[in-house]
Design a protein around this ligand. Sequence first.
Ligand SMILES: [Zn+2]
Length: 145
Amino acid sequence: MSEAEQENVARLRAAAEQARANAWAPYSGFHVGAALEAADGRVFTGCNVENASYGLTNCAERVALGAAIAAGARDFRRVVIVSDALEPATPCGACRQVLSEFGRDLRVLSFGVEGASAEWTVEALLPRAFGPQDLALERRRGRAG
Ligand SMILES: [Zn+2]
């Protein structure tokens, strides 16, 4: 990794840590922050937002993605995740699916609380994800049948 790349990752990690500090996690006590880097260099952050109705909880990754989409960003380079876990946490299944909508080659870089890191692509985390191609297949079948 080049020096410029290392500086960029450090900037994204700091943004994710700042978001994690704002996490609303009174039920799990598990705080997560995410920083999503758009292709144009903008950075969008998110934190987990829990709810007393547990199933309504939003993850940091999806909160960051929602902010990015609302701001008009559509192309992304990577998402950096920080959590309270010792080991780098992977995105949950729902977040993998939602991230895959915007790029199967999107890089996911995760840091544990003591700095251990791991990196994957969305494709590696969710091979053969459901996507627009599946919807097109269903339409073709409908016309043929
Ligand atoms: Zn998630």
